[in-house]
Design a protein around this ligand. Structure first.
Ligand code: SF4
Ligand code: SF4
Length: 481
């Protein structure tokens, strides 16, 4: 047999993948390989086309993720901090320190007051100055512990866990005061004690709100801890499979996590679309299970936890670190030093603003938003302090906020087409305005997830989200406006 007929194995000295995003949620990956066969250099081009997982409807606000390439840095702390005792959903914590007490970083200063509550810890070392009622980010006055910082940062931690069993990890999560760090602030030990059988854990790395990039930075910089935290949460739930859902506009985070994730954690690329990170939409995108109105994820066998929550769980289990600091994004045209920072709990918004303002004129800021621009809260002053749930603070200029006055509805249907819960926001608004309260229930406003897509999509700038919130209130209060 001559040499020319011999089968010489294919060698691939170079292999390149080129992803291409196509319209309508399709993605195409081209694979280019240069190889030699029978001594001849060949170029091989293949491709694969797939559709990214997603949910129905939604919208595409400009992403404005200006801080995505800014690594997490530790933010300075002021001399006086005011740490809220109500940083979570549920009963505020009971203070367990008194004026004049010395505290360290990690000293418990508030004890969970019941099952649905969470412990609160000092984020600096120093002396307790007293107690003060201050407004939180939504304007409700809550009790805070004032601490004078000695800038020594002496710390205490919980004892290390040598055997991470279901019971040990769950107890550690409770003791460390961990709450839903995506902004929901529901105590994590309660969420991880479902009363119905659960077979799936979803870690939420979607981060679909414009501007916010702290979860993205965590996924890039703390990927090992996030995966370990996900494993610990899996242990608590006793589930075999976990998914980490990440929007496809964070390709490097997807690739990085895919390259190091164990087999029981699947990294899922999701279509970049708002509100991809809302719990019900995320569950549908990944599992195609529908959470009915009034039901919880556990009713369809799922628990969802944020990537930052998984990171905090890992820190608490492996390092004995309680929850007193979090990653957050500071952004908007109203400040110069935009970025992603680890920020201690209890720092006033005013201190944050002064530190990042730089050379920008204070007149530039037209609106301050805590959280994202779609679901966050507008701040009327800078008195609130950072909590476990403060994922971002945005200082938005006139061009970045919608200041136009509402005009007449033109029946364009954009709000209906965009609503991810298939509601009719314009009709709900009309019913609220015309006091047709008896028919409101039929429009199902209680299933609204308050994503703000309707208000955002409305060309007439109707305040639809406010109207739907009011409709929910009317129904809950039995028809009284
Ligand atoms: S009605 Fe509710 S769920 Fe629907 S788009 Fe408006 S805010 Fe979102
Ligand atoms: S989007 Fe605005 S203008 Fe269009 S139907 Fe809805 S409320 Fe009316």
């Amino acid at each position: 047999m001559g040499v020319a007929n011999e089968k010489i194995p294919l060698t691939l000295p170079f292999n390149e993948k080129i992803p291409l995003t196509l319209p309508f949620g399709y993605n195409k990956i081209f694979y280019i390989a240069i190889c030699t066969r029978n001594g001849v250099l060949r170029l091989i081009l293949t491709s694969e086309c797939f559709m990214l997982r997603t949910f129905r409807r939604g919208t595409h606000p400009p992403q404005s993720k200006y801080t995505k390439d800014m690594p997490l840095a530790e933010f300075d702390a002021p001399q006086i901090l005011a740490i809220s005792l109500a940083q979570h959903i549920g009963a505020p914590a009971k203070p367990v320190v008194k004026e004049g007490d010395s505290v360290k970083v990690g000293t418990k200063i508030g004890e969970a007051n019941g099952f649905v509550s969470a412990n609160v810890f000092s984020s600096v070392s120093g002396i307790v100055k007293g107690f003060k009622k201050l407004p939180n980010a939504v304007g409700t006055k809550v009790m805070h512990v004032e601490i004078e910082n000695d800038f020594k940062y002496d710390s205490v931690s919980l004892s290390p866990i040598t055997e991470p069993t279901k019971e040990n990890v769950l107890e550690r999560i409770r003791e460390a005061g961990i709450v839903g760090m995506g902004g929901a602030t529901f105590p994590t030990h309660v969420k991880l004690s479902p009363t119905k059988p659960v077979d799936t854990l979803i870690i939420n790395g979607a981060e679909c709100e414009p501007y916010i990039t702290c979860d993205y930075r965590l996924m890039l910089e703390k990927s090992e801890e996030i995966l370990k935290g996900a494993e610990y949460i899996k242990t608590v739930l006793g589930v075999e499979k976990a998914y980490i859902g990440i929007e496809n506009n964070k390709k490097d985070a997807i690739e990085l996590l895919k390259s190091i994730a164990p087999n029981d954690i699947e990294i899922v690329a999701l279509k970049a679309k708002y509100p991809q990170g809302a719990e019900k939409q995320l569950i549908y995108s990944i599992t195609k299970r529908i959470v009915p109105t009034g039901a919880l994820p556990m009713d369809v066998g799922v628990v969802v936890a944020n990537v930052h929550t998984a990171y905090s769980v890992c820190r608490a289990v492996d390092n004995g670190e309680p929850c007193y600091m979090r990653a957050m994004t500071l952004s908007g045209d109203g400040i110069e030093k935009k970025g992603n920072y680890f920020v201690r709990n209890g720092i006033s918004f005013e201190f944050l603003y002064e530190k990042v303002l730089g050379s920008v004129s204070p007149d530039v800021t037209r609106k301050v938003v805590s959280g994202g621009p779609m679901m966050g809260f507008s701040e009327s002053n800078l008195l609130p302090t950072t909590t476990k749930g403060t994922s971002s603070l945005l200082f938005l200029s006139e061009k970045q906020v919608n200041v136009s006055k509402p005009t007449q509805c033109i029946n364009c249907g954009s709000c209906v087409r965009g609503c991810p819960m298939s509601l009719n926001p314009s009709k709900i608004e009309a019913m609220v305005l015309n006091a047709h309260t008896e028919k409101l229930k039929e429009m199902n406003p209680l299933s609204c997830i308050e994503c703000g897509v309707c208000s955002y999509s409305c060309p007439a700038k109707r305040p639809l989200l406010s109207a739907v919130r009011l409709a929910k209130k009317i129904i809950k209060e039995g028809g009284e406006k």
